[in-house]
Design a protein around this ligand. Structure first.
Ligand SMILES: [Zn+2]
Ligand SMILES: [Zn+2]
Length: 563
């Protein structure tokens, strides 16, 4: 079935598999199954809507409204919300059911939900454990001495990154698993002491690698397997490699930029695989691993019978339209940040840990079931708008609310950006679908204007920095540097300066937000195109757009080329 997206106007297809999965995830309330309607928007507009609810990385100083202590939060102090610090929020000092509201059938669901959001205390940060010395982080657990890292678990001494598991002393990254001492790496696994590596596994002591496996002491290489002392894919002796590296002044900003340019240019001469992924059966997507019978899934592991899922790194089954998480997640639809033994979730944000049958709710967890339009509930059942009902009452009222939402056109849709707790620019929607302030406001969406001042002894342009980090005085820690792209001031922290000096790297010239945007700009989009293999002309589906300069190969041709 070909449909026109209600938001962007583009044509999109709803397949029989899409409809079958929608039927499978349609909720049953009491004795009635409530069919989910086919989506009104294309995959990207649906994803954008979920992301506009999700602030992963905009952090602010404010006060906890319960303890009155200064805290760090995803809610800027100008927001109309009550915000509690994590321990206070999870503590016994308040009861979320005290904020219960009656449902009003004369108003749309979402208006009433926004009113509830402005009443119930919200969790300051989406952090699941007592982290050590890592206040400026969010959406994570088990961190020690980390700063501005988001969406992941188990990290020590890591700074400025997004999406990770089990990493140590890494700086400026996106999607790293089990890595140590890596800098400016993208989608790497089990790497040690790599700089500017992309899509590489089991590599160490190397620079500017792309799609390499098990390489050591290599520079600017692509598609190599188990090699040592290669420079731009050419085998060198150990001595030649050493001489080359001595010549490369890694700590000089212009020298590093020059090498980056050379490596990018060389990388373009080497083929890429149409789809990055391993151990899959019948899947379509990109960066997808150990998955089965799934389509349009990106950055996912261990998916089964799933569609349109993104960034689900720990597995899901029978799920559709989920961004982030997984981990024994089943039969869920249209959620953002949901996982850990959850099932039958519909349009939820940050719902986790054993929840079942939870609809249109946020921040609910710990074995809650039968919730509808709830905020902040744990170990609760049969609640609607934070009000307790009997099981029978819940079923009757929930059925009526669904019928009401079918009439208002809200049923099956995720919460709209108009009721998000965040400005569009504060959310991950800005990372994936960047928009100017005027475009956002023209759509009737929100923009966050709150900017905390950067305190500094002096402000300098990054072009005034010495080329070499070693020539930079310690005093730089007290300066505000102006980003070469956005002009936004940013600071260097002590741990960071030490890393640059230890690893002979130049200081960054861009604000951490710009570096984050740059890395996401490098990643391929969550989008697939049909084109032909550059060698055998076989049709392929790939996230490399047809106009891109890379030589894109089908799996067979790629394997012939690299092994
Ligand atoms: Zn669209
Ligand atoms: Zn081919």
């Amino acid at each position: 079935m070909l449909k026109t997206c209600a938001q962007c106007g583009s044509a999109f297809d709803i397949t029989d598999e899409d409809l079958a999965l929608l039927d499978k995830v349609s909720p049953v309330v009491g004795d009635k199954k409530f069919a989910l309607p086919p989506p009104t928007m294309c995959f990207h507009c649906r994803l954008q809507r979920r992301l506009a609810f999700y602030n992963a990385r905009s952090l602010y100083h404010r006060k906890c409204d319960l303890t009155k202590q200064p805290i760090v939060s995803i809610y800027s102090p100008d927001k109309p919300f009550t915000v509690y610090e994590r321990r206070a929020w999870y503590g016994d000092g308040w009861d979320p059911l005290e904020y219960g509201m009656d449902f009003d059938f004369s108003r749309p669901f979402c208006d009433q939900f926004r009113a509830l959001m402005e009443t119930v205390p919200l969790l300051s940060l989406a952090v699941l454990s007592d982290n050590v010395n890592s206040e400026f982080t969010n959406d994570n657990l088990a961190l020690k001495n980390c700063y501005l890292i988001f969406d992941g678990e188990r990290a020590e001494e890591c700074l400025y990154g997004h999406t990770f598991a089990g990493i140590k002393s890494c700086l400026d990254f996106v999607v790293l698993t089990d890595c140590e001492l890596c800098y400016e790496c993208i989608h790497c696994e089990n790497c040690y002491n790599c700089k500017y590596a992309r899509y590489s596994i089991n590599c160490s002591d190397s620079w500017f690698l792309r799609d390499c496996i098990s390489c050591k002491y290599c520079f600017g290489c692509a598609n190599l397997r188990q090699r040592k002392f290669c420079i731009f894919n050419e085998q060198k002796t150990k001595e030649e490699y050493g001489a080359f590296m001595r010549q490369f002044q890694t700590s000089s900003f212009p020298a590093a930029q020059e090498m980056k340019k050379k490596s990018d240019a060389f990388s373009l001469t080497q083929p890429v695989k149409a789809v990055r992924g391993e151990q899959n059966i019948d899947v379509m997507g990109d960066n997808i691993y150990q998955s089965k019978d799934s389509s349009s899934c990106f950055d996912c592991y261990r998916m089964q019978d799933c569609q349109y899922c993104t960034d689900c790194l720990v597995g899901a089954k029978d799920c559709c339209d989920i961004h982030i998480w997984g981990d024994a997640m089943e039969l869920s639809y249209n959620c953002c940040v949901a996982g850990v033994r959850v099932r039958n979730l519909l349009s939820c944000y940050y719902v986790s840990e054993g929840c079942d049958n939870v609809f249109y709710s946020i921040y609910c967890s710990r074995q809650s079931r039968n919730l509808f339009g709830c905020i902040g509930l744990r170990h609760k059942s049969n609640c609607i708008f934070n009000k307790q009902y009997s099981n029978e009452e819940f079923e009757q009222l929930a059925q009526k609310i669904i019928e009401h939402m079918q009439r208002t056109g809200e049923w099956g849709e995720f919460f709209p950006p108009t009721i998000s707790s965040f400005g569009y620019n504060e959310t991950m929607a800005q990372t994936f679908f960047p928009l100017e302030k005027k475009e956002v406001l023209a759509r009737g969406w929100q923009w966050g204007d709150f900017e905390a001042p950067v305190e500094a002894d002096r402000t300098i342009r990054t072009s005034q920095l010495p080329d070499d980090a070693n020539d930079t005085p310690d005093d730089v820690l007290n300066w505000a540097l102006l980003c070469e792209v956005t002009g936004k001031p940013f600071k260097i922290i002590k741990q960071e300066l030490q890393f640059y000096r230890d690893h002979r790297l130049p200081l960054p010239r861009r604000h951490p937000n710009q570096r984050h945007a740059d890395r996401y700009g490098f990643k391929n989009p969550y989008r697939l195109w049909n084109r032909a293999c550059a060698h055998c002309r076989k049709p392929i589906t790939t996230s490399y757009a047809p106009e891109r300069p890379e030589k894109v190969l089908c799996e067979e041709c790629y394997l012939k080329e690299v092994y």
